[in-house]
Design a protein around this ligand. Structure first.
Ligand code: SF4
Length: 478
């Protein structure tokens, strides 16, 4: 039996896919291509309409395949109720990510004979026996939300206990938190993933320790609001800074041979202690992705971000002071309902003031069920596109200013794969600046190397290989 998974959206969905793979492989399924699969699943994303459109294209194709072979399809992930309703008749199964442990039961209803003997929590690289099987019906009957307690554990705890089938042997995602309490008016996440739930710190540290021991070079801590970690369990859990401190110590124990990233934090919860901890430990990567969304206070208010541009500048000032080598990434939305030319100019001003290395700029599109979807989407598409174009130009200027400083310097990079250019490999710096260099030696993939930078563009650099590195050094760049 073969399965094929299509994962759309953010890294959190990719991390969920790693747990879905474990459940399926424990049932006896093997990974395979779309054309040969007996089971096709989508880990979808309602955050962007583009991703939902892609699901439509695919499901019509897969349903046509059913005329010539047995095929079961399922849909899970970050899906808004309105989107879910539209897909009801197109997929065989639709379930939320926290209902994943019930998947074997659901498939048995389709006559799938499974070979798993005990529980779907057994991972391919580790066996755990903490959890009793919790069928979907039970979850549905109890109407549990991901954060509700059940025998001392949350449904999310049971999901996190499933050991992931990691997609890489040197890069790993570690979920530390799920859901969001912030309710930004444009965002689907609080409706698709529910309220904030923190994963037990002991479990996170066990996973990070195991990854460091195995020689993983890059670990990304994941959550919708990663720096609100622990706020739902103030009496019993570490704060986000406390968790980072423990991970920093683990890095020292295992020789600092790894970069640890996190995404995404919210400016409201970005406490100075977090920056302080990052500055103290070498393994905590000097790269911060801090979503700004808009550079105008009135737009931020209508987005319900609950911080001002000045608050954001304050955090950036502290980052620059404590982490001078850190790169700064952000997310921006252009064409939010009612965004005027003047308000857009304020966003341009903010970009110029902060000098980001990267900004993921999205053209606003209403998501059904969110607050802003009730407002008139009154910025014409032509204006949104023009703003996107203008902002991309601004970003290129600030990014190039940074990469130019890297010319003729030596930096450490993690080699992540083959480059599109023949005989070249690619990777990234600690600050996640893309790099390529000439080498036919694919055994370097998954290793740190030192390179001398010979040319730069706004978002990437090219260099010459000097040597293979053991450690994840931080390169001072001032
Ligand atoms: S903080 Fe806002 S944008 Fe981020 S997940 Fe929560 S609601 Fe969405």
């Amino acid at each position: 039996m073969k399965y094929f998974l299509l994962t759309l959206g953010c890294q959190m969905n990719k991390s969920d896919s790693e747990r879905i793979s474990t459940v399926l492989e424990n049932m006896g399924y093997l990974p395979g291509g779309e054309e040969e699969a007996d089971l096709i699943g989508v880990v979808a994303c309602s955050v962007r309409q583009k991703a939902i459109d892609k699901v439509y294209t695919k499901i019509y194709r897969w349903n046509r395949m059913k005329t010539s072979r047995n095929l079961i399809t399922f849909l899970t992930g970050c899906v808004l109720p309105a989107d879910k309703k539209k897909f009801e008749k197109l997929f065989d199964l639709i379930f939320t990510t926290n209902e994943l442990p019930g998947l074997p039961d659901m498939l048995r209803q389709y006559g799938v004979v499974t070979s798993f003997a005990s529980s779907p929590w057994s991972g391919s690289k580790k066996n755990t026996n903490h959890a009793a099987f919790l069928p979907l019906t039970e979850i549905a009957r109890d109407k549990q939300t991901p954060g509700n307690l059940q025998d001392g554990r949350t449904i999310m705890d049971r999901l996190w206990e499933i050991h992931p089938t990691y997609h890489s042997e040197f890069e790993a995602f570690v979920p530390i938190q799920n859901g969001c309490d912030k309710f930004c008016t444009f965002c689907a996440v609080p409706y698709t993933r529910g309220r904030e739930v923190s994963r037990a710190s002991g479990e996170i540290l066990d996973e990070v320790r195991a990854l460091m021991k195995q020689g993983y070079k890059s670990i990304t801590l994941l959550g919708q609001n990663v720096n609100s970690y622990g706020k739902d369990k103030p009496e019993t859990e570490l704060s986000f800074a406390g968790l980072l401190e423990e991970i920093g110590r683990l890095g020292e124990v295992y020789g600092n041979k790894c970069w640890v990233y996190f995404t995404s934090p919210h400016p409201r919860d970005m406490k100075p202690e977090v920056i302080d901890v990052i500055s103290r430990y070498r393994c905590l990567a000097k790269q911060i992705h801090l979503p700004l969304q808009s550079g105008d206070n009135e737009v931020l208010r209508r987005m319900n971000r609950k911080h001002t541009v000045e608050d954001y500048y304050e955090i950036v000032r502290y980052i620059r002071q404590k982490l001078p080598a850190a790169t700064l990434f952000t997310d921006i939305i252009v064409g939010f309902p009612g965004e005027t030319d003047v308000q857009f100019e304020h966003t341009r001003k903010a970009l110029a003031a902060v000098q980001f290395n990267m900004a993921y700029i999205a053209v606003y599109s209403p998501r059904p069920g969110t607050v802003s979807a009730r407002w008139k989407d009154n910025v014409p598409m032509s204006v949104k596109k023009e703003r996107l174009h203008t902002l991309t130009g601004d970003l290129e200027e600030s990014a190039l200013r940074w990469t130019k400083k890297m010319l003729d310097r030596e930096v450490t990079i993690l080699v992540t794969g083959k480059d599109r250019k023949a005989e070249y490999l690619s990777g990234h710096t600690e600050g996640r600046i893309n790099v390529r260099f000439q080498s036919p030696n694919v055994s370097l993939i998954g290793q740190f190397v030192r390179i001398m930078i010979t040319s730069v563009t706004p978002f990437s650099i090219e260099g010459k290989l000097i040597e293979v590195e053991e450690k994840a050094w931080t390169d001072p760049l001032k």
